[in-house]
Design a protein around this ligand. Structure first.
Ligand code: ATP
Ligand code: MG
Length: 214
């Protein structure tokens, strides 16, 4: 079954970014998009992840057909229940501790805090520390852990390891790939890191307004 389905997507800002893009991602499948800066990777992720209605095309997510044809409330429900979005910058509450950040997320998502996920990322001993006392990489791992605790069926990741060193990047992504496989979830990741792209089941290059399989 396809969890992410895009049909004939087109989007422009001042100029055309892409046209008639088709993409299907199934259960337990991960797909990477590569492409030079400015080619439209983040825009495509925003289109697919409920954040930005494309100029043209249809997006189905986890059996919810044509997400942008729905009411704002329904779109918010899909974003909340079906989708986990990992950004390069992490959006943690700075004045709060790690535990408090996870408690807020837990209330919003109705999902328990999962210490095992924190252990897998090596941040389980940091619960009492304030966000400002964490390194950039620790903050990034916490934000990824927080997304996995939502137990989303679909993960969108936009340069998720931009703040991490090479080894940490690979270790962190191994945890995420393991999540995708064991939960039969789907992931689309935009990255400049070819090593991480190679860990995905399929790779595409966004160029000349189209998505080419590589
Ligand atoms: N909200 C917006 N309003 C106007 N133009 C935008 C907006 N968002 C993106 N753009 C433009 O669209 C183009 C694609 O941007 P996008 O962020 O999707 O590229 P990207 O492939 O993710 O690049 P990078 O690798 O640097 O993250 C750029 O020219 C950018 O300036
Ligand atoms: Mg981008």
């Amino acid at each position: 079954m396809n969890l992410i389905q895009a049909k004939d997507l087109s989007h422009s800002f001042e100029h055309l970014l892409y046209e008639n893009i088709n993409l299907n991602i199934g259960e337990a499948q991960s797909v990477a998009i590569l492409g030079v800066s400015g080619s439209g990777k983040s825009t495509l992720i925003n289109n697919l992840s409920t954040l930005l209605k494309p100029d043209k095309g249809i997006i189905n997510l986890n059996n919810k057909e044509d997400i942008y044809a729905r009411t704002n409330d329904e779109i918010l429900q899909i974003r909340k229940n079906d989708v986990g979005i990992i950004f390069q910058s992490h959006y943690l509450f700075r004045g709060f501790s790690v535990l408090e950040n996870l408690q807020v997320a837990s209330i919003l998502t109705n999902k328990q805090i999962d210490i095992n996920i924190l252990k897998k990322f090596g941040i389980d001993k940091l619960l009492k520390q304030h966000i400002g006392e964490l390194s950039g990489g620790q903050q990034q791992r916490l934000s990824i852990a927080r997304v996995l605790m939502k137990k989303p069926k679909i993960i969108f990741a936009d340069e998720p390891t931009g703040n991490l060193d090479k080894n940490t990047s690979i270790n962190v992504m191994e945890v995420v790939f393991d999540y995708i496989k064991t939960n039969n979830a789907a992931m689309l990741i935009a990255t400049h890191d070819t090593e991480i792209a190679n860990m995905c089941d399929e790779k595409y290059y966004l160029k000349n307004c189209t998505l080419a399989r590589i």
